[in-house]
Each structure stands twice: as structure tokens, then as C-alpha cells.
Design a protein around this ligand. Structure first.
Ligand code: ATR
Length: 295
């Protein structure tokens, strides 16, 4: 029985914490900056799910103890953030194929003590890109700047959308080449140095920044010159602080469509919510809450 039927109230009336309330949370180190609790508790309130979601500061030496706690207390779901997305994997009973290919877990589902790890970052990004910028990624030429953890999840998810090609440009070329090789069987992938970035951007339909270049407080930096982009192309940035980076602002001036990083955060959470509850996530309400918290 969910909270709304127990109380006889509408779902939006709010959570009542009672003896049926199920625990959820996010772990990381540091964690106090996280906006996941406000977003997820809003989602529970909207849908009438009797759950409560908190942030736990867990250091690397306490991961095993935390997992024992998840099982002992029957926590239904956990999000995992920096720096634990890799190290958490050895404590889980099963790793979803996508998370295994990416090599990182950001969402744990607890089915009666059996823990499965998923990665919702990449699919969250792609859902946000499709909902907010371009519903049709199939056949598109994509440039991804950066080859770190975030890029890996996104490139993996993009390969599932049948793009014409994905070009990965990274400051350290070896990392770009490694990433292109890792998923070479799934799509037309190639790696270039930053020297090859301009040429790649000239013919790209979608250019995605996965690096921290342009993030607060270094908001005056941009990973590419917007004049390199085709008018009408999508400029996409994973950064959401600021909501519109210099890269996006300049791309808009050059006649491009811009796509900011907030949607990726919202949709990675939406997928986690859906895995845990089996219900559609109230995405608009989640976005409203996070936007309000960003002021
Ligand atoms: P994340 O999980 O956010 O992707 P990461 O794995 O540390 O973090 O990867 C950071 C990415 O941003 C890398 O591609 C990094 O380039 P290098 O592989 O050359 O280090 C890129 N990056 C970070 N700062 C950068 C900068 N100032 N200029 C260009 N690329 C940068």
C-alpha cells in the first residue's frame, strides 16, 4: 500500500514518514553539495511513494559497512557518486550489462537483499538530449570532447542510437583512442587530438562537452570556438553550473541550438526512480525543485 492510499490523501499532499517508509539515499565523498535528496523526495511526494531519500557521507574505507547496512535495513535504492562509482562494484551481486561495459555504477537496486548495479548517467544524458534538443540522433555526426568517466557513459549510450559517427577529441589523445577502441564494435568511432577538433566540429550535427572546461568558477573558458560549429547544430554541455556555459552562449550566437547539463542530472535520477519504483518519474516536478534550489 502506498502512502497516498494509506492516508487517503492525494499523492501531491506530501510524504508521511511512518512504519512502512522505505529508505533510499546517495553516497559520496564529499556529498553535502548533492541536490539528489531534494529532487528524489519531491519525486516521492509527487507520486505518493512512501519513501525517504537522504545523503550519506561514506568514505572509501566504509563502503563494505555501508553495503551491509543497506541489506540489514532493507534500503531499496542507492545512488553512488564520486569517488565510489568503480569501487562499489565489487560489493554487488549483479552488474547490469551497460554498467559493466561502462565500468561504473551510479544506481543500486535492492531486491530482497540481492543488489544489482546500473549506470543511468549515459542513458540519462541521451534521454535529456532527445527530449530537450534533438529527438532523432540516428544518422547524426557527433563530436564528444573529453574521454573521462562521464564521456565513457555517454559514448556507450550514444552507440545505442545508431549515429552516423562519433568522434572523440581529448587533450590526452591516448585516452580518446582507448575509449574509441572500447566501443568500436558498436558504432563508427574515431579519436582525434585537439588539433583535429576544428575539422571534426565543422561537419558535426551535435557537439558535446564532457570536460570541466567552463564550469564554475572558470566560467570564462570554452572547449571550442563557437565559429567552428555549423549553424543549426546542437551544442551540448554536461556542465549545469552555470546553467549556460560560455560554450553554449556563444554557440547560440552562432545560430546553434544549445543543450545544458541539468537535464542529464534530472534524467539519471528519473531512471533510478523508475528502476526502484516501477513508476514513471515526475520529471517536470523534479526539474522545478532542482532549478529552484539553484536559484
Ligand atoms: P569525469 O568523470 O567528469 O569525466 P574525469 O574522468 O577526470 O572526470 O575526466 C575529465 C575529462 O576532462 C578528461 O577527458 C580530461 O582530459 P585528459 O584526459 O586530457 O585529462 C578533460 N579535461 C579536464 N580538464 C581539462 C582542461 N583544462 N582542458 C581540456 N580537457 C580537460
Amino acid at each position: 500500500m502506498n502512502q497516498s492510499t494509506m492516508n487517503g490523501n492525494t499523492a501531491a499532499a506530501g510524504n508521511t514518514i511512518d512504519s512502512h517508509t522505505v529508505l533510499y539515499g546517495v553516497i559520496g565523498d564529499p556529498i553535502r553539495h548533492s541536490r539528489s535528496p531534494i529532487m528524489m523526495n519531491r519525486a516521492f511526494r509527487e507520486t505518493g511513494v512512501n519513501g525517504v531519500y537522504a545523503a550519506y557521507h561514506i568514505t572509501a574505507d566504509k563502503l563494505g559497512d555501508f553495503i551491509a547496512g543497506v541489506k540489514a535495513m532493507g534500503m531499496r535504492g542507492v545512488n553512488v557518486t564520486i569517488p565510489h562509482k568503480l569501487d562499489i562494484m565489487k560489493y554487488l551481486d549483479e552488474i547490469d550489462a551497460g554498467a559493466a561495459a561502462i565500468g561504473a555504477v551510479n544506481t543500486i537496486v535492492n531486491d530482497n537483499g540481492r543488489l544489482t548495479g546500473y549506470n543511468t548517467d549515459g542513458i540519462g544524458y541521451v534521454r535529456s538530449l532527445k527530449e530537450e534538443a534533438d529527438p532523432n540522433i540516428a544518422g547524426k555526426r557527433i563530436v564528444v570532447i573529453g574521454a573521462g568517466g562521464a564521456s565513457r557513459g555517454i559514448v556507450y549510450a550514444l552507440t545505442g542510437e545508431n549515429p552516423a559517427s562519433i568522434t572523440i577529441a581529448n587533450r590526452t589523445e591516448d585516452r580518446a583512442r582507448e575509449l574509441a577502441l572500447a566501443f568500436a564494435d558498436k558504432a563508427e568511432l574515431r579519436a582525434v587530438t585537439f588539433d583535429g577538433l576544428q575539422e571534426a566540429c565543422l561537419e558535426a550535427d551535435i557537439v558535446i562537452n564532457t570536460t570541466s572546461v567552463g564550469m564554475h568558477p572558470n566560467t570564462d573558458a570554452s572547449p571550442v570556438d563557437a565559429s567552428w560549429l555549423k549553424p543549426g547544430a546542437v551544442a551540448s554541455d554536461l556542465i549545469y553550473n552555470p546553467l549556460k556555459t560560455k560554450f553554449l552562449l556563444e554557440a547560440e550566437k552562432s545560430g546553434c541550438r544549445s543543450h545544458g547539463g541539468l537535464g542529464m542530472f534530472i534524467y539519471q535520477g528519473a531512471y533510478a526512480f523508475e528502476y526502484w519504483t516501477g513508476q514513471a518519474a515526475p520529471v517536470a516536478a523534479m526539474r522545478e525543485t532542482v532549478l529552484a534550489s539553484l536559484g
